[in-house]
Design a protein around this ligand. Structure first.
Ligand SMILES: [Zn+2]
Length: 395
C-alpha cells in the first residue's frame, strides 16, 4: 500500500534557491505542455488526421527543443520537468474520468513544487540527496519502511517540505485492542462522536488560530498594493495558513489512530460526495482536510491492524432514526441537539444516536457480508487495503 510522509526540509540558502529554481522549471514545463496540449487539441479538431495530444509525445517534443530553447533548464535535474509533464498527463486522465476539473496553469507562489522519481534521490536518516543540490537536511527521518516510490518537494508559506511516497509491505503492528465495532458520527461542532458516547472535540487551538487568521487577512486587505508592508502581511497570512493546516492534519491523525487502535470495525457515513455543500456540516478539522483524507487514513490504518472500515450510504438517515426502536422522524433540524423518540419515548443525544445507528449498520453489513446477503447500503473496506488508500494529494 502507498503511504506518504511529509517532512519539513532545512535547506541552506544556496539549496533554497536551487529548490525554487527546480520548482520554477517544473512549473514552466507543466505550463508549456498544457499550452501545447490545448494547441494540438484545437489543431486536431480542424484536421482529424492529426494525432491527439498525449503526455509521452509531449515529453519527447519537450526534450527535443529544451537544449536550444530553454538552456537555463539544464541547471536543475531533468527529472523535475519530465515528472511535471507526466503529472499533466494524469491531470488530464483525472479530468477525462470525471474525477477532477480541467487542468489549469500553475502559478508562481501557489504551485511551487516538483517531483522526483525514486532513481533520482536517496534518503539516509535525516537527510535526502537531491540531484544538483546535494544532501538536504530533513526535520525528521522517514517514518515508513518499504520501497520508495517518489518524492514531491513543495513550498508552503516560506518553508520547504518533501513528501516521500513509500510502497509499504504488510506492517506488523499490534492488532486492535479489539473493543469490537464502533460507529462514528462526524460532527457539526464536535469533530466526532462515538457510539460509546465519547466525544472528540478536535484540536483545541484551532478556533484561536482561525480567529487570528481572519484578523491577519483583514489587515492584509488594508495594506497598499505593491508596498513592503503588504509583502510582510502576505507572508504572515501564508504562515498562519500553514500552521492551521498542520494542526488539522495532526487532529485528524490523532482521531484515526485512536479509532483504529481501539476498534476492529469502524462505521462512518459516506460524505465523500461531489458537490457536497462544501462540507458546511462538518467539524472544522475534518472540513479543512476533507472527508476523503479522513477515510484514506482510516482505511490504511485499519488495514495495518487487520480491521475494516464500513462506509454507510449517505442517504441512510442516521440522525433521524431511533437507535432503540427504529422509529424514523420525518424531519430533524440541524439545530436540534436532543430529541425524544415518539415510538419508545427515549431521549436521544442527536450525535450519539447517529453514531449508534452507524455502528448497527456496520455490524449488520459485516454479518451480511459473511452470510452472503448484502444490505446494499454499506460498503466494506479493509484487510487487503484498497488501492484508494494511496498517496496523499500532492500539493
Ligand atoms: Zn424509539
Amino acid at each position: 500500500m502507498f503511504l506518504a510522509h511529509r517532512i519539513a526540509l532545512d535547506p541552506n540558502n544556496v539549496q533554497a534557491t536551487c529548490l525554487a529554481r527546480a520548482a520554477g522549471t517544473a512549473r514552466f514545463a507543466y505550463n508549456w505542455a498544457l499550452a501545447e496540449w490545448q494547441r494540438q487539441y484545437e489543431a486536431c479538431k480542424t484536421l482529424p488526421s492529426l494525432p491527439r495530444p498525449n503526455e509521452a509525445a509531449l515529453r519527447r517534443q519537450f526534450n527535443a527543443i529544451k537544449r536550444e530553447q530553454f538552456p537555463w533548464m539544464l541547471e536543475v535535474s531533468k527529472n523535475a520537468p519530465q515528472m511535471a509533464i507526466m503529472q499533466l498527463g494524469s491531470a488530464f486522465q483525472n479530468f477525462f474520468a470525471g474525477r477532477a476539473r480541467y487542468p489549469t496553469f500553475r502559478r508562481k507562489g501557489r504551485n511551487d513544487r516538483f517531483t522526483l522519481s525514486n532513481d533520482q534521490f536517496r534518503v539516509d536518516g535525516r537527510r535526502i540527496r537531491i540531484p544538483k543540490l546535494g544532501w538536504v537536511r530533513m526535520r525528521e527521518a522517514l517514518r515508513f519502511a518499504g520501497r520508495i516510490v517518489s518524492a514531491a518537494v513543495s513550498r508552503t508559506a516560506d518553508r520547504w517540505y518533501v513528501s516521500i511516497t513509500v510502497d509499504a509491505p504488510d506492517l506488523h503492528l499490534p492488532p486492535a485492542e479489539n473493543q469490537g465495532v464502533v460507529g462514528v458520527d462526524l460532527g457539526v461542532t464536535r469533530m466526532a462522536t462515538l457510539s460509546t458516547g465519547e466525544i472528540f472535540s478536535g484540536p483545541k487551538a484551532l478556533g484561536a488560530l482561525l480567529y487570528r487568521l481572519r484578523r491577519l487577512s483583514r489587515s492584509l486587505s488594508r495594506k497598499v498594493k505593491g508596498s513592503r508592508n503588504r509583502v510582510k502581511a502576505k507572508l504572515k497570512v501564508a504562515r498562519m495558513h500553514a500552521r492551521i493546516a498542520h494542526l488539522r492534519r495532526e487532529g485528524l491523525h490523532q482521531l484515526t489512530s485512536t479509532l483504529t487502535r481501539r476498534f476492529h470495525t469502524i462505521g462512518i457515513e459516506d460524505l465523500n460526495v461531489k458537490g457536497m455543500l462544501s462540507n458546511r456540516h462538518l467539524a472544522r478539522a475534518i472540513a479543512g482536510m476533507g472527508f476523503g483524507e479522513l477515510r484514506r487514513q482510516l482505511e490504511y490504518k485499519t488495514a495495518w491492524q487487520g480491521g475494516q472500515v464500513v462506509i454507510v450510504d449517505r442517504w441512510y438517515p442516521s440522525s433521524k432514526t431511533c437507535s432503540g426502536c427504529g422509529d424514523r422522524l420525518a424531519e430533524l433540524e440541524l439545530a436540534v441537539r436532543h430529541w425524544t423518540c415518539p415510538g419508545c419515548g427515549v431521549l436521544h443525544d442527536r450525535d450519539i444516536n447517529a453514531a449508534i445507528n452507524l455502528r448497527n449498520m456496520a455490524v449488520s453489513s459485516t454479518v451480511s457480508a459473511c452470510g452472503g446477503e448484502g444490505s446494499g447500503l454499506a460498503d466494506t473496506r479493509g484487510e487487503t487495503g484498497s488501492s484508494e488508500a494511496g498517496v496523499q494529494p500532492q500539493s
